[in-house]
Design a protein around this ligand. Structure first.
Ligand SMILES: Cc1cc2nc3c(=O)[nH]c(=O)nc-3n(C[C@H](O)[C@H](O)[C@H](O)COP(=O)(O)O)c2cc1C
Length: 191
């Protein structure tokens, strides 16, 4: 196998194309953000990187709160639309028939249709270049109870989450392992 070396670029994939809500229940907005991830388990922390030109930027910068909502693959069109249109000109919430519910720790609304929503409070703002990173504490997580089984286990794979890789959307596919399975006796010699 030979590799071609390119100059450094933002080629990390797949990533979640999150629907980030901001503002309030009365004056909400939503934008699509792919530059997001977890940066710490305890305390639970995340980030979103947003261009200052986005309508949502000043809303998040002023309120220092937002919600990361994970869309399902059936929401791919909505997810793309919320990344194409600006809330400065279009009411994306109404246009996409998005249902809002209250955050438990933030004023920013939660998207009811998304199976997982992370309520976030900004703790640090870093201007990196094209994007500004909002580092945030995850103050609460709302999950759709229809994915919680009788034993209380949250079966996120059933939600059919949407993934984004290099300009394309994908439905998360076949499960091919679970955490720690490579070191369980049964599989030990198959690396
Ligand atoms: C798949 C996808 C991922 C995106 N990721 C980001 C991102 O990480 N950061 C960002 O600033 N904009 C990102 N965008 C662009 C914004 O979502 C887009 O400019 C949106 O219209 C901004 O909405 P607003 O003006 O209402 O805030 C992305 C768009 C798409 C379609």
């Amino acid at each position: 196998m030979s590799k071609i070396v390119w100059k450094g670029s933002a080629m990390l994939a797949p990533v979640p194309p999150a629907l980030v809500t901001c503002g309030t229940m009365k004056h909400p907005n939503v934008l699509t953000v792919a530059w997001t991830g977890i940066v710490c388990t305890h305390p639970p922390m995340t980030y979103i990187s947003v261009r200052p030109s986005r309508y949502s930027y000043s809303i998040i910068n002023n309120a220092r709160e937002f919600v990361i909502n994970l869309p399902t693959s059936s929401m791919s069109r909505i997810t793309d639309y919320c990344g194409m249109k600006t809330g400065a000109k279009t009411n994306k919430i109404e246009k996409c028939h998005l249902e809002l519910s209250e955050g438990s720790t933030v004023s920013a609304p939660v998207l009811t249709q998304c199976p997982v929503s992370l309520e976030c409070k900004v703790c640090e703002v870093r201007h990196l270049g094209t994007h500004t990173m909002f580092l945030a504490d995850i103050t609460a997580v709302q999950v759709d109870d229809k994915y919680i089984d009788s034993k209380g286990k949250f079966n996120l794979q059933q939600a059919g989450l949407l993934a984004y890789a290099h300009g394309e959307y994908f439905a998360l596919g076949r499960k091919c392992g679970d955490f720690g399975f490579s070191v369980k006796k049964k599989h030990k010699n198959n690396l």
